[in-house]
Ligand binder design. Structure first.
Ligand SMILES: Nc1nc2c(ncn2[C@@H]2O[C@H](COP(=O)(O)OP(=O)(O)OP(=O)(O)O)[C@@H](O)[C@H]2O)c(=O)[nH]1
Length: 199
């Protein structure tokens, strides 16, 4: 595993002790072949994986700097296969953020998110909805982890008060509905857009 040292500095209202090592655990879930591994590879290893290899469990590390604080990210890739439905939850304990992903060019993968993920996102106070393409835009991938890291840091900062349910309802309303996605999926396939993330 290779550690990525992001040069970009992030801004945060969080109050952090620069002497303290801040660690965040981010778990990535979503249907099989929706692009979870590619997302993590592009972010943590700076390259788009050439071949599709089904994941069982995989871990990556990376880091971000927020203000002068270095944040160590522990990134957990999971399998989207129903075969691993019983073991996937083993990665959830102690996670600071969960990225719930689907493939924007395959509306059926959004169904799973709507079935399981959206309710879960509301319950846990999801932060936002973001689209990205691991194939085409490393910046869009970086944005995902930028936001995820800030969400982790703010979550652990007791000085930041928020109304979880209001935030979730407001922010995830940007997520496309199933009919909207079906309508645009053909064009998206042509453009090779891929992953979306609800967090
Ligand atoms: N066009 C396009 N293809 C992508 C993108 N991201 C991933 N893929 C392709 O989608 C397929 C599945 O990608 P993975 O990242 O392995 O999917 P996964 O969600 O980790 O799959 P599981 O391990 O089965 O859960 C691979 O063939 C990737 O090359 C993307 O942003 N654009």
């Amino acid at each position: 595993m290779k550690e990525r040292r992001a040069s970009q500095k992030l801004s945060s209202k969080s109050i952090m002790d620069p002497n303290q090592n801040v660690k965040c655990k981010i778990v990535v879930v979503g249907d099989s072949q929706c692009g979870k591994t590619a997302l993590l590879h592009v972010f943590a290893k700076d390259c788009f994986p050439e071949n599709y290899v089904p994941t069982v469990f995989e871990n990556y590390t990376a880091s971000f700097e927020i203000d002068t604080q270095r944040i160590e990210l522990s990134l957990w890739d999971t399998s989207g296969s129903p075969y691993y439905d019983n073991v996937r939850p083993l990665s959830y304990p102690d996670s600071d953020a969960v990225l719930i992903c689907f493939d924007i060019s395959r509306p059926e993968t959004l169904d799973s998110v709507l079935k399981k993920g959206a309710n879960m996102a509301k319950q846990i106070g999801a932060a936002t909805y973001i689209e990205c393409s691991a194939l085409q835009s490393e910046n869009s991938v970086r944005d995902i982890f930028h936001v995820a890291t800030l969400a982790c840091v703010n979550k652990t900062n007791k000085n930041v008060k928020r109304n979880k349910s209001q935030r979730a309802t407001k922010r995830i309303s940007h997520m496309p509905s199933r009919p909207e996605l079906s309508a645009v999926a053909t064009d998206l396939r042509k453009d090779k857009a891929k992953s979306c993330t609800v967090m």
